[in-house]
Design a protein around this ligand. Sequence first.
Ligand SMILES: Cc1cc2nc3c(=O)[nH]c(=O)nc-3n(C[C@H](O)[C@H](O)[C@H](O)COP(=O)(O)OP(=O)(O)OC[C@H]3O[C@@H](n4cnc5c(N)ncnc54)[C@H](O)[C@@H]3O)c2cc1C
Length: 488
Amino acid sequence: MVDAVAGTVIVGGGTAGCVLAARLSADPEHAVCLLEAGPVWSGAAAVPEELRLAGRMPIGPASPWVWRYPVRLADGPVTGDIVRGRVLGGSGAINGGYFVRALATDFAAWARECPEWTFDAALAGYQQIERDLDYGEFPGHGRSGPIPVQRAVDPGPASVEFASAAVQAGFPEIPDLNALPESIPESGLGPVPCNIDAGRRAGTATTYLLPALGRPNLTVRGATLVTRVRFRGTRAVGVDYVRDGRVHSVQADRVVLCAGAVESAALLLRSGVGPPEQLRALGIPVVHPAAVGAWFTDHPEIGVEYRGGAPSAPEAVALEYILCHDDLEIRPYAVAFGSDAAVRRVGVALMRPRSSGELRLVSADPRVPPDLDYRYLAADYDRERLRAGVGLAAELCAAITGTAATPRQPDNSWLRANLGTSQHLSGTCRMGPAGDAGAVVDERCRVHGVRGLTVADLSVAPVPLSRGPQATVVLIAERVAGSLLGIV
Ligand SMILES: Cc1cc2nc3c(=O)[nH]c(=O)nc-3n(C[C@H](O)[C@H](O)[C@H](O)COP(=O)(O)OP(=O)(O)OC[C@H]3O[C@@H](n4cnc5c(N)ncnc54)[C@H](O)[C@@H]3O)c2cc1C
């Protein structure tokens, strides 16, 4: 049954989807229908408090706000699970609130194959997004964008203790991690810019979408699971979705997938855009061959723990400082992990790993999650860098506690036993020119080989990002909205 007709259908009201829906519907001539699998809210006042408080990440085993996926992190196998937000605002509604720009060197790598994605272009976008409450008046910053950005005013004792240890070890301070490139050394310690206002998480649901809800040309539907994109030939003409246990369709002039790096890829595959052999084995008719899911990247993270430091701050944001050291990010978590509040954790994340993962569909049934094979630690380089990072973190922890550093020399089995992920999965539908067999979307995020279909979320990032991805997801969404509206 076809139950609605809209100009643009947006699949997924997450970090990117809320931006797209708000920007496209600002044009009154443009009808927009946003379909979100999780709950949606009628206004900011209706958002549950546990989602608003920036000091909480509501992702525990009983959380009703997440998708949960089993994953293979490394061979062995080392298994685990990852989550993604399943609620208006998506992962940005449940995340750590760290809102940092990617580096100029990341955009240099990105622009090598995608010339529109230079750092200068990105900088203009980052400025447009932010209302920096600390550095808004400084060069390269914005002070009137929708997203408030600020650094911890009064960092907790554990954060301060780590920061002093890092400075004593000789690392320079970086007061503004979002400063222009010439002011950011390759190594140094800085307070984390966060998208937080008065202790409340300021994700794209509250800053972009909810203020736009009254527009007559914008429809937002929650509890709506999109199951596939419908094609006429190679033209996307709408989507199928399930709501209240019934299957519906919506026709559209254009479909924009903002379902995140796992679900946008899974939707494309289920709709017949992907590696032909994988699709045929599952009985899915091939619409267009594409390398969907063939490559992804994420930041492997390993925790170094210690006792005897300053107490954690229960209501703090997860991270108040980070120590950047070339391609490593050392994260002294301000909050306790696990039940023992006396145990402190320092995360060691590799930001430009050389190992890459693969996402494969294992069933055409939308209720079955795709297979996620991270292949972390596959590259010698990654193991060596993580070993160096763990060694550095252990030395800094030892300086805090006054005891010998542990682990002293982490071997491969220690790395494997302590392996985790930063949950920044990206690149399953990566951007690149039509001649690149690994590219799924073009520079404007239009899916190669079909018409009327765009992917606008973290799936499209073609290179590892040296910082957390949230700010760059908003940037991608803003740029795609501009291009769909014909502004850029
Ligand atoms: C626990 C956690 C902590 C993190 N912390 C940080 C951090 O502090 N800083 C940082 O920079 N990054 C962080 N990240 C990463 C960052 O939040 C995400 O990479 C980013 O929000 C992804 O944005 P997105 O728009 O691509 O996807 P999402 O924000 O995940 O949005 C996807 C949306 O699509 C919906 N959806 C999916 N499939 C369907 C379907 N079939 N039908 C309808 N709707 C669908 C989902 O419910 C969701 O709302 C964190 C991630 C996690 C999981």
